[in-house]
Design a protein around this ligand. Structure first.
Ligand SMILES: CC(C)(COP(=O)(O)OP(=O)(O)OC[C@H]1O[C@@H](n2cnc3c(N)ncnc32)[C@H](O)[C@@H]1OP(=O)(O)O)[C@@H](O)C(=O)NCCC(=O)NCCS
Length: 204
């Protein structure tokens, strides 16, 4: 299994997983393409035996202090074996590289598996948005993570500390930073225009 930065060539494989994972509210190809191309985004993909089995992304506006988990999904056959947690941790480490302090996400109220994962990493519920996910009419739970605390607990580094700008030490997948995260091979910064996807109801 390997972890690497997503490229535009991954779009079709990502969209296959996207549609299978979010049958009623999948993003469109155009939205995902825009996300993959965003300068504010960072998307990672997990591969096994040459097959894309997972993807996830954050949005962290350059110069800002917060980030959003935009989406995360594993192929059904790959779930329940710690890979989702590893991918999430790699995304959080990537946010740490951008000096982010807080990470936000929205999760469906009817998705206890994802909620349990987020809570176990330290996310706390901030608010609920009634009927946020359409057409299902399902509430969104808005969650927040103190990333500095998470980094301190998981890497021993504080993202708010200027001396902590040592990205090689908090690289996603490094043993020191994210013990359970897969290794990230190369992480080119991805290009994007801020926009639609993040407003469309991110992580569902
Ligand atoms: C949510 C998702 C990414 C989690 O990835 P995963 O590989 O299945 O999860 P992991 O094996 O890493 O488990 C992480 C935690 O999730 C929770 N979890 C995983 N499977 C679970 C299950 N069947 N029942 C209840 N909780 C479960 C547990 O808290 C688990 O931690 P633990 O193993 O210490 O108990 C994955 O299930 C998925 O792709 N789901 C469909 C898409 C989706 O809902 N994405 C989230 C959108 S916000």
């Amino acid at each position: 299994m390997s972890l690497r930065a997503a490229t535009p060539h991954d779009l079709d494989a990502i969209m296959q997983l996207e549609r299978a994972s979010f049958p009623t509210d999948a993003w469109s190809d155009a939205m995902m393409r825009e996300e993959l191309a965003s300068p504010h985004g960072r998307y990672l993909v997990l591969e096994e035996a040459g097959r894309l089995i997972g993807y996830g992304g954050i949005r962290a506006v350059r110069g800002g202090t917060d980030a959003d988990i935009q989406t995360i999904a594993l192929a059904e056959s790959a779930r329940g074996r710690g890979r989702g947690r590893g991918l999430l941790r790699s995304l959080l480490a990537a946010a740490g590289e951008r000096r982010v302090r807080e990470v936000f996400l929205e999760v469906r109220a009817d998705n206890p598996v994802a909620q349990a994962l987020y809570v176990s990493e330290g996310f706390v519920e901030l608010a609920r948005r009634p009927n946020y996910y359409q057409p299902d009419g399902v509430d969104a739970i808005v969650m927040r993570l103190d990333l500095r605390g998470w980094l301190a607990a998981n890497t021993g580094l504080d993202a708010a500390d200027p001396a902590a700008d040592r990205t090689s030490e908090i690289r996603p997948g490094s043993e020191a930073s994210t013990p359970d995260a897969p290794t990230l091979a190369g992480s080119p910064t991805l290009e994007r225009t801020p926009g639609a996807a993040s407003e469309a109801g991110a992580c569902s």
